[in-house]
Design a protein around this ligand. Structure first.
Ligand code: UDP
Length: 159
């Protein structure tokens, strides 16, 4: 009878990752997926969608009063994005570490091996997204995917 397991050390967490429009149009998808797999993440779900303005405004609502918000909305609607649910122990923090700082120019200096250093351009066009906390991960996965008996299903039309 098994009454105890080392769950805390082996339990897999989920995080939400996105290859943003500049990453998709710059053909970085294959390289980024290779890194994802090399670092031991599983891709539980993925879908390519064209986001509309309303969805982006809602997703980034916490930034709605910031001066960069209109530019962020234009950028995020400028082309298709690839959304992924990633699975791994410590997925949230490990994916954030792998993508590097928000400003891709900073990343090139301080985190030269990060994904944003590899494919990002500047503070806005930083090629990838990652949930910043376990709470954000839950919200963001639920924002784009609904749970079904066979896993998660994308809520938005797939391209
Ligand atoms: N962003 C921007 N200008 C800024 C700060 C952020 O255009 O001064 C964009 C950038 O694309 C960033 C996104 O807004 O990834 C969300 O910002 P956040 O501070 O949440 O950064 P992240 O969590 O993506 O590193």
């Amino acid at each position: 009878l098994q009454t105890c397991s080392a769950e805390s050390s082996t339990e897999k967490d989920l995080t939400f990752a996105m290859i943003k429009p500049d990453g998709v149009s710059g053909n970085y998808t294959t390289a980024i997926k290779k890194i994802i797999s090399e670092f031991g993440f599983g891709i539980t779900n993925e879908t390519t969608v064209q986001l509309d303005e309303e969805t982006v405004k809602d997703f980034y609502a916490e930034h709605s009063s910031r001066s960069f918000f209109p530019g962020l909305v234009r950028y995020m609607t400028s082309g298709p994005v690839l959304m992924m649910v990633l699975e791994k122990a410590n997925a949230v923090a490990d994916w954030r570490a792998l993508i590097g700082p928000t400003d891709a120019q900073t990343a090139k200096v301080t985190h030269p091996h990060s994904i944003r250093a590899m494919c990002g351009l500047d503070l806005q066009r930083n090629c990838v997204h990652g949930s910043d906390s376990p709470q954000s991960a839950v919200r963001e996965i639920a924002f784009f995917f609904e749970k079904s008996s066979s896993g998660f299903l994308p809520k938005h039309d797939e391209l």
